[in-house]
Design a binder for this molecule. Structure first.
Ligand SMILES: Cc1ncc(COP(=O)(O)O)c(C=O)c1O
Length: 521
């Protein structure tokens, strides 16, 4: 007999329509689901309304009762059923994610692919994503607020703003330095920004996009980073900033870079897109310079699908950064809010009429680079797992270095080196084929790909050789010899948290075997 049969339509238990019920033992129940002749639900104290914690806890201790043991009451009102339906929906989503993660195929050497990068996502991310979706707020909202606050806390920054990619983070960071609000320190068109030639294009493109001139400095082969010894010779009277990335998570020499920057009064932007959690002398990368940036693309330390962040200790820089992110407006109200400044119709700025709505007052030629709350919700769940991810990246990197050395592969490969005091939160494992190696880099990477080992180059290599660069204004401070070597001889493979020790071992053996150094063990 179905519980619902014979009841008036309004009292029928439809799937996912929670109803009040009284158990024959006298307890008040909320019934949630009908399974055959049984009803699933939980007992609750009859005196108080259901809050979200009650719903959560109630669902955790859900019981089944024969339908005939319950006398059905009224369906829950909307505000009361909301936390309950959310908790039920999240629970189902978690179950789905748990099953999906168990379905992962075991690693078969030579057959399974080992991607160079990847994401580790599951129950917490799906749960948050569902929760944000049910809000239907869609644009940046409560999850975005929490995410930005957490990033700011992590870096000891006054503020962090989330943006829709690491590239956007770099664009916002550098655009910020062009604001007239910075007075004589604002970057003017034609000013020079020192950067590394070898790396990712969108570390450099914001320089061009702002009408500034990148001046390229060569890199250090051992770390893959900008060579600090070459920075000072690249400085001219027009030099205003240094903007470079911590290559594959390996900290740049921020001690030296900051010494030079202070001496010459230069801004410093640290692209930490590949270096979330890297430290130098115990200090987080991104906190040495004026502004730091992050990427949350799936290959990165944490992901929200697409996303990035800009952070700084300087409140003025963050106010300007937010303006560039949010259409260039002067107003800093979050989405859905008005009159945060308390003077919405009282401003007199530029040539605008007195009291022109601050919401529509623009102080910069800005963009809209905000994220959605669903992205932020995923990012927030990932942030809680960051420490574990970083530990795994470090352990995998160390294990791979050890295995490659054990198999003698360092005879033909330059393995990554770090500065004294550096503790990288690695993005990938960089190797540079030595000149006397028995094969070319391309032959080696092609072989590794055939063997299921995903490889990547050091992004754009020497950027000045990229097709689009032929027409871009730029300076070259000294020969880009090592950038060329990185372009021609370097590649990297994965050490992301999804990689297991059997895969590390297989990668090291396969590389060493191709180079002819593997032991026959
Ligand atoms: C150093 C560096 N900067 C910036 C970016 C751009 O990040 P996104 O892909 O999120 O735009 C990347 C991308 O991998 C990167 O490696």
């Amino acid at each position: 007999m179905s519980l619902a049969s014979g009841l008036p339509e309004t009292h029928q238990l439809r799937p996912s329509t929670p109803c009040r019920a009284t158990h024959q033992d006298g307890r008040e129940w909320v019934v949630c689901q009908q399974v055959g002749e049984h009803v699933l639900g939980f007992a609750f104290p009859a005196t108080q309304p259901l809050g979200s914690n009650d719903a959560e806890q109630g669902i955790a201790r859900m019981e089944a009762a024969p339908s005939c043991a319950l006398t059905l009451g009224a369906p829950l009102s909307w505000p009361e059923s909301d936390p309950l339906l959310r908790a039920l929906t999240r629970q189902r989503a978690r179950e789905h994610a748990a099953l999906a993660s168990q379905a992962r195929a075991p690693f078969v050497p030579g057959q399974s692919k080992i991607p160079p990068s990847g994401k580790v996502v599951g129950e917490p991310e799906v749960e948050n994503l569902i929760e944000a979706s049910l809000d239907l707020w869609l644009t940046a909202g409560r999850f975005s607020d929490q995410f930005e606050a957490a990033i700011a806390r992590t870096f000891g920054a006054t503020r962090a703003i989330a943006v829709n990619s690491g590239s956007s983070a770099n664009l916002v960071a550098l655009s910020t330095l062009t604001s007239p609000q910075l007075g004589t320190r604002a970057l003017q068109p034609g000013d020079e920004v020192i950067t590394a030639a070898a790396g990712f294009p969108t570390t450099v493109n914001p320089i061009l996009q702002n009408g500034l001139v990148p001046v390229f400095v060569d890199s250090d082969l051992a770390t893959g980073n900008i060579d600090p010894a070459l920075i000072e010779v690249a400085i001219s009277p027009r030099t205003k900033a240094i903007m470079a990335a911590h290559t594959l998570g390996n900290p740049m020499d921020m001690r030296e870079i900051m010494r030079i920057a202070r001496k010459h009064g230069l801004w410093v932007v640290e692209d930490c897109c590949d270096a979330f959690g890297s430290t130098l002398d115990g200090q987080l990368c991104g906190t040495f310079g004026d502004i730091g940036t992050l990427s949350f693309y799936p290959a990165h330390h944490i992901t929200m699908g697409e996303g990035g962040a800009v952070f700084s200790r300087d409140p003025l820089l963050m106010k300007i950064a937010e303006s560039f992110r949010d259409w260039g407006r002067d107003c800093y109200c979050p989405p859905g809010k008005d009159n945060t400044c308390g003077k919405r119709f009282c401003w007199k700025l530029g040539q605008l009429p007195e009291g022109y709505d601050h919401k529509y007052t623009y102080s910069h030629a800005g963009y809209n680079l905000k994220i959605t709350d669903m992205q932020a919700a995923v990012g927030l769940a990932q942030l809680q797992r960051l420490d574990g991810f970083i530990a795994r990246r470090r352990a995998n990197h160390a294990a791979l270095a050890l295995a490659l050395r054990a198999h003698g592969a360092d005879q033909h490969l330059l393995l990554p080196e770090v500065l004294p005091g550096a503790d990288p939160s690695w993005f990938g494992f960089l190797m540079v084929l030595k000149p006397d190696a028995p094969c070319t880099r391309n032959a080696l990477t092609a072989y590794l790909e055939q063997q299921g080992i995903g490889t990547r180059l050091l992004f754009a290599g020497n950027l000045t050789r990229q097709p689009y660069f032929a027409t871009q204004p730029h300076g070259v401070a000294s020969p880009l010899t090592q950038a060329d070597t990185l372009m021609e001889q370097a590649f990297w493979i994965g050490i992301w948290p999804g990689i297991e020790s059997a895969q590390i071992d297989y990668m090291a053996r396969t590389i060493a075997a191709y180079l002819g150094t593997a032991w026959n063990d």
